[in-house]
Design a protein around this ligand. Structure first.
Ligand code: MCA
Length: 494
């Protein structure tokens, strides 16, 4: 199915209803009807077409949560242009890789910082693009296409350190959106507060799609800012909220949300959903006490969109990610490639209508990820006798901090580029707010200050990847074959 046909339930069906509230750069709140969202999308589609962007071309988008993100996403969707969202926190190194890999027609950028982008990349400033689009007609442009054609490439790192592009089709995104709207009973009576970054699957594949399919009202905020989140909650009074565990931890802090506000927010809300990182059971319990809501935890990946969810009706079981969503098959496979029994740990393999068919131009990586049509997630899980899945870590050593994924290898490679660093191992340590934070164990020359390394990391990579501490070692513990034994590293103490 063409995603536009699904979105038309709201864009056409609810044309005169308020669709979206958003802040401009000066912080003033604006509102648009679905008809106006549709008109803006058409204008942007005309502008993109005039600039020579056509079906199958890639368009990289490197902006934060702002109205133009939605214009661009919808415009690309209707033209069959492949939308490539890039984390707004990514720096030159990460951007160079993505832009080099997907070879876009252009990169839509914020106003400043040209030096972030590789030479030769065509840069379009978002303000200029928006101003030009506003002059275009609002008549509909639609390129017919098959639902299996790509709508989006989402970059997700692997154990190799280099990000791979998961190619999500119109059908993948449609299947995921329809599943969530029905399983979480999202209706046009909902008020969805969007504070998740739109450049990731959680904010875009779940948030934006649920909004457009259900026809609910969405309030878009630039980000989850703990200084302003209380006033947004009070002002907007959402019924529906999607967040990562770090956000829920912050919402438990009386300095962020007062006890009275927590009561009011809980009384008017219908559903809180958590994903992207494990939600500690004690956070779920404390949230229930404070807001009188059991957070609904679900599980997904960029490649597969959503895999499982705790039930909307029935028991939302702490420490579990619920049961597979409609259409999704899950099996747990042991190290001997045989299925494991309930209660035993196995790797999660899935089949799903929302699962990407390939990594962009990476036949080998694609072949390595699938076995007989089953996608090997790399996550470990157990199933209870009554069918609930609980995650038990990953086969790789990925770190999740604040809901953002960090691949240690990528950080280690950056540290080792400094010739004064001879060995580096990056590990995640538990953190009460962010879930995990990265710590680097290094063998380095004495004269090399931590601040130099920290500065280098922050300049070249997204800030959430920068190690919070550098632990000096004489040598890293290694196996006889020379592989670093991360579990043998001394515990880190703050
Ligand atoms: C943080 N910063 C941001 C954002 N969040 N900038 C732009 N957009 C954002 N969303 C910047 C801040 O400006 C600051 O920059 C630095 O990051 C740290 O910010 P701080 O407020 O201290 O961070 P925090 O309190 O730790 O809170 C961070 C957060 C953020 C709000 C929880 O981590 C976040 O939005 N996480 C969501 C991640 C997410 O959507 N993951 C989904 C992946 P500076 O350092 O320069 O001052 S998709 C996925 O995993 C799968 C598919 C799934 O199942 O969902």
């Amino acid at each position: 199915m063409h995603l536009t046909a699904l979105f038309d339930l709201s864009l056409i069906g609810r044309a005169d209803t308020t669709a979206l509230e958003y802040y401009d750069a000066g912080g003033t709140l604006h509102a648009l009807t679905f008809g106006q969202v549709e008109a803006r999308a058409n204008q942007m589609a005309h502008e993109l077409r005039a600039r020579g962007v056509a079906q199958g071309d890639r368009l990289c988008v490197h902006i934060t949560n702002r109205i133009e993100f939605i214009d661009l996403f919808l415009a690309c969707t209707r033209l069959g242009v492949i939308f490539v969202p890039m984390n707004a926190l990514y720096r030159e190194r990460e951007l160079r890789h993505i832009i080099g890999d997907c070879d876009p027609k252009a990169v839509v950028t914020p106003s400043e910082s040209d030096e972030l982008y590789p030479d030769g990349a065509v840069l379009w400033r978002v303000e200029e693009l928006a101003a030009a689009a506003a002059e275009r007609p609002a008549t509909r442009l639609l390129t017919p296409l098959d639902g299996d054609e790509p709508a989006m490439i989402v970059y997700t790192s692997g154990t190799t350190g280099a990000a791979k592009g998961a190619v999500l089709s119109h059908n993948n995104l449609a299947a995921n959106g329809v599943n969530l709207v029905s399983c979480w009973r999202i209706t046009d009576a909902d008020r969805y507060l969007a504070v998740l970054p739109l450049f990731h699957v959680h904010g875009l594949g779940n948030g934006i799609h649920c909004w457009l399919i259900s026809g609910c009202l969405m309030r878009l905020a630039e980000r989850f800012d703990q200084r302003t989140v209380a006033s947004i909650f009070r002002d907007f009074v959402p019924t529906l909220f999607f967040g990562v565990p770090t956000m829920y931890v912050r919402l438990l802090d009386p300095a962020v949300i007062s006890d009275l506000d927590a009561k009011l927010i809980g009384a008017s809300a219908r559903l809180f959903v958590s994903g992207s990182a494990p939600l500690p059971a004690h956070v779920l319990e404390a949230f229930d006490k404070r807001y009188a809501h059991v957070i609904l935890e679900r599980y997904g990946m960029s490649e597969s969109l959503m895999i499982s969810s705790n039930p909307y009706e029935g028991e939302r079981r702490a420490g579990t990610v619920g049961v597979p969503l409609p259409g999704v098959s899950v099996r747990l496979v042991g190290s001997d490639d045989a299925l494991v029994a309930d209660g035993e740990v196995g790797e999660v393999h899935i089949r799903s209508p929302a699962l990407c068919a390939e990594y962009w131009r990476q036949a080998d990586a694609t072949a390595a990820a699938f076995t007989d049509g089953w996608f090997r997630t790399g996550d470990l899980a157990v199933r209870s006798a009554d069918g609930y899945y609980a995650l038990r870590g990953r086969r790789g050593d990925m770190i999740i901090s604040g809901g953002f994924n960090i691949y240690p290898r990528e950080v280690e490679e950056l540290l080792l580029e400094d010739s004064r660093v001879s060995e580096a191992a990056v590990v995640g340590v538990a953190d009460s707010v962010r879930g995990e934070i990265p710590i680097a164990y290094i063998v380095a020359e004495d004269g090399l200050h931590d601040s130099v390394l920290a500065e280098r990391c922050r300049a070249q990579m997204a800030s959430f990847k920068a190690p919070h501490a550098f632990v000096r070692m004489k040598a890293l513990p290694r196996t006889a074959l020379g592989k670093v034994q991360k579990h043998m590293l001394p515990p880190w103490k703050q």
